[in-house]
Design a protein around this ligand. Structure first.
Ligand code: SF4
Length: 369
C-alpha cells in the first residue's frame, strides 16, 4: 500500500512522519503548484469549490509518483465536503486510476466505522495501538503548526523579514529528506533555533490581523496566495483562527466535548447564528468577535468561491463589524484569482488599519478617549 493524502498546509508534514513511523509507505503530495490547480480544474465539475479541485490535482500528482491509496477525512452536515470522497473516487476511476480511497468519517457517524478505516490505513488492529498511534501523531501536528505561527511572529518583528523566508524555505526543502517522527521533530527544533536567531526590532508595534474563514483556504498557502507571508512582509502580525491542531482537538482528541477555544467561538457566535449550517461558519463568526475582544486591529475572511457555509458567515460579518467596531475584509478565491489585485486589496486594508490606529491615538491625546 502506497499512501497519499490531500495537501493541506502543514498536514502533509506531520502526516508523512506519522505514517512512516507506523511502517507505512508514504507518497506525500507534492507542494501545490499551478500544475496541481490546472489538473484539478480540468477534471473537476466547474462549480465545485476550490479545495476539491486542488485535491484532485494532488491525487493525480501523487498517483503519478506511485501512490495507490488515498486517505481523506469525511464529513456530515450541510456542506458538500461530505460528497468529496465519492465524487473524487469516481473522477479518478473515469481517468483510469483504480486507487483505494479510505475515508475517516467523523466519530459521530459511528465509532466502529472509523475504527475500521483507521485500522486499515494505519495497519494497526487493537484499540490500544490506535491510541498509541494517535499519541504519536499529536505532537507532530502541534509542533508543525507552532513553527508556522512562530515564523509569522518573527516576520512581523524582524529587521529583515526575508530572513524568515530563507529559514522556512530551507525547512520545507529538508522535510523531504527526513524519515519518521524523530527526524522531523529534530528538524523542527533546528528551524525554531534558526528563527530565534533572526534579529528583531523589539520597539515595533505591528498591526495585528486575524485570518478567519474556511479552514482549507486559511491553512493552505498556495490557495490563499501566501497571505501570511504577504502580510508579514508588510510588518503585520498574523494569526489564523483555525489550524489542523485545533481541528484534531475539536474532532478527535477532545471529542465529544470539543476544544476550549472552539467552544468559546461557538459561544460568541450564538447571538448571530444558533445552528450548524455546515463548514466552519460558527468558528468564523465567533473568531471575528474573539479577535476584536483580543485587541486585534482587523480581520480578514478568506473563502473559496461557492462555499455555502462561508457565504452565510459573510452575510453576518458586517453586523459583527458594526457591533464590535472592528474592520473586516472578505477575500474570495478561485482558480481565476489574480495575485496583483489580491495584493492591492491587502495593502489597502493594512493602510486603513494603520490610519485607524493613528486616529485612535490622536483621539486619545486630544479628548482622552
Ligand atoms: S466548507 Fe466550503 S469550501 Fe469547504 S467543502 Fe464545504 S462548501 Fe466546499
Amino acid at each position: 500500500m502506497k499512501i497519499t493524502f490531500p495537501h493541506m498546509g502543514n498536514v502533509y508534514i506531520a502526516g508523512k512522519a506519522f505514517m512512516e513511523e507506523l511502517g507505512q509507505e508514504v507518497i506525500p503530495p507534492p507542494r501545490c503548484s499551478n500544475r496541481t490547480l490546472e489538473l484539478g480544474t480540468k477534471y473537476s465539475p466547474e462549480m465545485m469549490c476550490l479545495p476539491f479541485k486542488i485535491n484532485i490535482g494532488n491525487y493525480i500528482e501523487s498517483i503519478e509518483k506511485g501512490a495507490d491509496t488515498i486517505l481523506l477525512t469525511g464529513s456530515c452536515g450541510p456542506c458538500r465536503f461530505g460528497y468529496y470522497s465519492v465524487l473524487e473516487k469516481n473522477i479518478l476511476l473515469d481517468l483510469g486510476y483504480d486507487v483505494d480511497v479510505i475515508v475517516f468519517d467523523p466519530i459521530g457517524e459511528g465509532v466502529g466505522k472509523l475504527k475500521d478505516s483507521v485500522s486499515k490505513a494505519l495497519n494497526v488492529r487493537k484499540t490500544k495501538d490506535i491510541i498509541r498511534a494517535g499519541k504519536l501523531g499529536w505532537p507532530l501536528i502541534r509542533k508543525t503548526d507552532e513553527l508556522t505561527q512562530f515564523a509569522n511572529e518573527k516576520r512581523a518583528y524582524a529587521i529583515d523579514s526575508n530572513d524568515v523566508d530563507i529559514v522556512m524555505e530551507d525547512y520545507y526543502q529538508n522535510i523531504e529528506n527526513t524519515y519518521g517522527a524523530a527526524e522531523l521533530l529534530n528538524l523542527i527544533d533546528e528551524t525554531h533555533e534558526k528563527l530565534e536567531a533572526i534579529k528583531i526590532d523589539k520597539n515595533k508595534d505591528p498591526i495585528k490581523i486575524g485570518i478567519i474563514g474556511e479552514i482549507y483556504t486559511i491553512v493552505e498557502p498556495f490557495v490563499n496566495l501566501e497571505v501570511e507571508k504577504k502580510l508579514g512582509h508588510m510588518g503585520v502580525y498574523v494569526e489564523k483562527s483555525l489550524t489542523p491542531t485545533l481541528w484534531v482537538e475539536q474532532h478527535i482528541s477532545k471529542f465529544p466535548f470539543g476544544s476550549k477555544e472552539v467552544n468559546e467561538m461557538f459561544k460568541l457566535a450564538k447571538p448571530y447564528l444558533r445552528t450548524l449550517v455546515g463548514g466552519h461558519t460558527r468558528e468564523t463568526v465567533g473568531s471575528a468577535i474573539s479577535y476584536s475582544l483580543k485587541g486585534f486591529d482587523g480581520v480578514i475572511q478568506i473563502l473559496p468561491l461557492n462555499c455555502m457555509p462561508e457565504i452565510v458567515a459573510k452575510s453576518i460579518l458586517p453586523t459583527v463589524q458594526k457591533d464590535y467596531n472592528i474592520p473586516i475584509m472578505t477575500l474570495v478565491v478561485d482558480e481565476m484569482t489574480g495575485e496583483a489585485g489580491y495584493l492591492t486589496r491587502l495593502e489597502a486594508f493594512v493602510d486603513l488599519l494603520k490610519k485607524r490606529r493613528e486616529g485612535k491615538k490622536v483621539g486619545k491625546l486630544l479628548f482622552g478617549c
